[in-house]
Design a protein around this ligand. Structure first.
Ligand SMILES: [Zn+2]
Length: 295
């Protein structure tokens, strides 16, 4: 089985109208990617995995829909971010697990978490303190973590940098997760992207906390960073806590698997250390849903 723990929800149930199509050229150094996409495009990309975790982003208080391009990137589904995710998940329940998105500074955040969990059936939380421009240790953010811990909802934090202009980079530094994990020892946390480019900081947080995992999404297309991150994870003995994820639409799961399997290519012909390839296969086939209590 292959589980993709990190994908973004499509903005369009039907085909993206040509005049609304956006192409993003800043996410990746090697490829332009579709900024908005349809249910069919998403499902075609995910055909090689068994189940995917999918979520939107609550860019600002009020839960208006915003796609991976930013706030107000509306499609043709619903206009509230968690309904948007739930509509898609309910159409393909065997393929998808939905996570909710809330803004900690939203006065209705707690009610929205309850509604998303109980009425919409969403089973985890996606947060990005940089995209959402909140202080990750603000008391309103702590209330979100506390609710998630109490109800067994894993939290996937964006960690690492971003090219989004409005996103303050320090808010998503992986070391911010150390304090959160200490305060909420029963909260399952996934640090996205191994905190890139601060991958060793992510590795030491993962090593310290039994409740913290990291995902490998968004790394392979910077081959040296990818190799270096996985070597650090090897040396600090945390390869068993790396979860497979693609960050679709920024990359596909097929590309991510190919990138993982060729991680050692850049050191061919040298005496540099190798990432054990049997460990790479374990990452690809890891039962992340069981680890996160979502099976
Ligand atoms: Zn992402």
């Amino acid at each position: 089985m292959i589980f993709d723990i990190h994908t973004h929800v499509p903005q369009y149930r039907d085909a993206v109208p040509e005049d609304r199509r956006r192409i993003n050229r800043t996410w990746r150094p090697d490829a332009a990617r579709p900024g908005n996409f349809s249910w069919a495009e998403y499902r075609e990309s995910q055909a090689c995995v068994d189940k995917s975790v999918v979520f939107g982003i609550a860019w600002e208080p009020g839960e208006r829909v915003g796609g991976s391009n930013g706030a107000g990137d509306h499609g043709d589904v619903a206009d509230r971010v968690n309904d948007f995710t739930a509509t898609f998940v309910q159409a393909y329940p065997d393929e998808l697990i939905g996570f909710m998105a809330v803004h900690p500074y939203d006065l209705g955040a707690m009610d929205e978490m309850e509604r998303s969990r109980v009425e919409l059936g969403l089973r985890g939380v996606k947060l990005g303190a940089n995209y959402q421009a909140y202080d990750p240790l603000d008391r309103r953010a702590l209330a979100v973590y506390q609710y998630a811990e109490r109800h067994g909802l894993p939290v996937l934090f964006h960690t690492g940098t971003s090219a989004v202009k409005s996103a303050p980079i320090p808010a998503a530094h992986p070391l911010t997760v150390d304090e959160i994990a200490s305060r909420y020892p029963d909260l399952k946390i996934i640090m996205a992207h191994m905190g890139h480019p601060w991958t060793v900081d992510a590795v030491v947080v993962v090593r310290k906390h039994s409740n913290v995992y990291t995902d490998i999404s968004g790394l392979f297309y910077r081959p040296y960073t990818h190799y270096d991150a996985l070597i650090k994870a090897t040396e600090w003995n945390v390869l068993d806590k790396i979860l497979f994820g693609s960050d679709y639409p920024i990359a596909t799961p097929a590309e991510t698997i190919a990138g993982l399997r060729s991680v050692n290519d850049i050191v061919e012909g040298t005496r540099m250390p190798r990432v054990p390839l049997e460990k790479i296969e374990e990452i690809i086939h890891r039962d992340s849903l069981a680890l996160l209590g979502l099976d």
